[in-house]
Design a protein. Structure first.
Length: 288
């Protein structure tokens, strides 16, 4: 298990921004996680879990205590129409494994860059599908170091919500129930959705993914576009000229640049249209 001290998180976030983690660990098993949680509890350290850091902004002051990145826990297994993926598995890789086993249901996630743990935590979704449609259960670790098996009802999924958020639990693995289908048709749908994503989203630049939740009755990207904010820039962070719902790192942006752009976008949309834009992106860490 790799453990680093004072490690810059900008090396791991999709935005290429973020301050240092006091302690950064890459556990490779549930036992490793439990050992780390016990150590943190004994030393009164806070614990922060990061997935692929794709829908995340880490403030420039970094993260105190212990930070875990679970990408080395990435095993994916299939039995008939059930797929089990560890928390650190890539969601994209999981869709590929499903396709290779002629399993349909998670094609919507073919281009979602997060991890399984992060996807469950956020109830990630795209193109009409979401995690809650296909996940039947998840294994989680509680703050007092107990492993629980939660069914879908206990996970209490909602729009970009899951019960693990307020219960401070760590997702260890998720079980998906899929349906048998044609491998070629599944691949064709995945290719189609990836083509749509590439045509609309700024995949060539570092970003934190979709920044804002969809306001009821509106689309965040259209509101931002109609407010004349595409191309608006503070420091190296810019409202994408390709898709207004994204903020991209065009020139050595800091997390503070990102947060200042977010605040300006929220204030402008509120002033022009009376709509409150809530962030979808997870914002963590200390200010400078």
């Amino acid at each position: 298990m790799d453990i680093f001290l004072d490690e810059p998180l900008s090396k791991y976030t999709n935005t290429k921004t973020g301050g240092k983690a006091d302690i950064l660990a890459f556990p490779e098993s549930v036992d490793h996680i439990q050992q780390l949680v016990q150590y943190a509890n004994e030393n009164q350290l806070s614990i922060t879990v990061i997935g692929n850091a794709s829908n995340l902004i880490v403030r420039d002051g970094g993260i105190r205590g212990l930070t875990l990145i679970l990408t080395k826990m990435n095993k994916i297994t299939v039995h008939e129409n059930v797929l089990i993926a560890q928390a650190g598995a890539s969601f994209i890789e999981t869709t590929k494994v499903a396709q290779a086993n002629s399993l349909s249901g998670i094609e919507f996630a073919a281009g979602i860059p997060g991890s399984i743990g992060g996807a469950v935590f956020m109830n990630a979704g795209a193109y009409g599908g979401s995690v809650q449609d296909v996940v039947v259960s998840a294994d989680v670790l509680t703050p007092d170091d107990q492993v629980l098996h939660l069914d879908k009802q206990e996970l209490d999924f909602g729009y970009r919500h899951c019960s693990v958020q307020e219960n401070n639990q760590i997702v260890l693995a998720a079980t998906f129930e899929l349906s048998h289908g044609s491998r070629d048709k599944i691949q064709k749908e995945m290719d189609h959705l990836n083509e749509l994503r590439a045509a609309k989203q700024p995949l060539d630049l570092p970003s934190c993914g979709s920044v804002f939740k969809r306001p009821e009755g509106y689309f965040a990207g259209k509101l931002i576009h109609d407010a004349g904010l595409q191309g608006f820039q503070i420091g190296g962070a810019q409202v994408s000229k390709k898709h207004a719902g994204f903020i991209v790192n065009v020139d050595k942006a800091t997390a503070t640049d990102y947060l200042n752009v977010i605040k300006h976008v929220q204030a402008t949309v509120k002033e022009k249209f009376g709509v409150n834009l809530e962030t979808e992106v997870r914002i963590i860490g200390d200010n400078e």
